[in-house]
Design a protein around this ligand. Structure first.
Ligand code: KIV
Length: 262
């Protein structure tokens, strides 16, 4: 997968499979899977560091995770998230942040929102940096949005989202994440654009899908959003394994002779 394949996939009506990943061990497994694209998302702040939002993520955090993922993969396309406000200061500051993310091993960056970002995106693209857009529910703006809510619910919001999606394409984005928007609206936007849309909570008719790895693996006991499908009851499997280990140690069954040095 390279940046040109995104549009090619859309043209061939081949779905793009994206998954978040933040560490070396998981990256080695993703490397052997049929997942096309890895997103080192700022969701790392929540699922890897225990913060309540993505806002505490910073460039250091994202770069450390990109480096770990890069060491575990050989040919997966890696997208690095630009954290909260890291692309909203001066152009020079943005370029320094992007420079670090790309040198950490990303092949592209993702940034949330379009208003006020048009020139930044165009400049990055002209500078050789592929940019993925992100519209709908943009978690870095959770305080502005008044919570994690489905976006594009009324006629005005629908028109705004369609215009914003076109602006992302015009600015030069190679693909666009649509998060928590009604399926029919995501379908209209997908048809409107030449670039592929990658949905999360955006229904079936986007050009691809993305999930957070910990959600897919069912590792969390917390609230499960409607759009998450758990492919594993990972939390229970991990718990069972930890408890089997604890019971074996306490019962003198671990280690066995065969697991001991003579
Ligand atoms: O940070 C992230 O994981 C994301 C996805 C939810 C798209 O931005």
């Amino acid at each position: 997968m390279n940046v040109l394949d995104f549009k090619a996939c859309k043209n061939r009506a081949e779905k793009i499979v994206m998954l978040t990943c933040y560490d070396y061990t998981s990256a080695r497994i993703v490397q052997d899977s049929e997942v096309d694209v890895i997103l080192v998302g700022d969701s790392a702040a929540m699922v890897m560091h225990g913060h309540g939002t993505t806002i505490p993520a910073d460039v250091d955090m994202i770069c450390r995770h990109i480096e770990s993922v890069g060491r575990g993969t050989s040919d997966k396309f890696i997208i690095g998230d630009l954290p909260f406000l890291s692309f909203r200061q001066s152009l020079a500051d943005t370029l320094r942040a992007v420079d670090r993310v790309m040198k950490a091993g990303a092949h592209a960056v993702k940034l949330e929102g379009i208003e006020g970002n048009e020139d930044t995106i165009a400049h990055l693209v002209k500078s050789g940096v592929p940019v993925m857009g992100h519209l709908g529910l943009t978690p870095q703006s959770v305080n502005q949005l008044g919570g994690y809510k489905v976006q594009g619910r009324d006629d005005n919001a629908v028109e705004i989202l369609k215009q914003q999606a076109l602006s992302c394409e015009q600015a030069g984005c190679f693909a666009l994440v649509l998060e928590c928007v009604p399926g029919p609206l995501a379908a209209v936007i997908t048809d409107l654009l030449q670039i592929p849309t990658i949905g999360i909570g955006a229904g079936q008719h986007t050009d691809g899908q993305v999930l957070v790895m910990q959600d897919l693996l069912g590792l969390s006991a917390d609230f499960k959003p409607k759009f998450v499908r758990r492919y594993l009851n990972g939390r229970q499997l991990w718990l069972d394994a930890f408890n089997s280990y604890a019971n074996d140690v306490k019962g003198g069954r671990f280690p066995a002779e065969s697991e001991s040095y003579k």
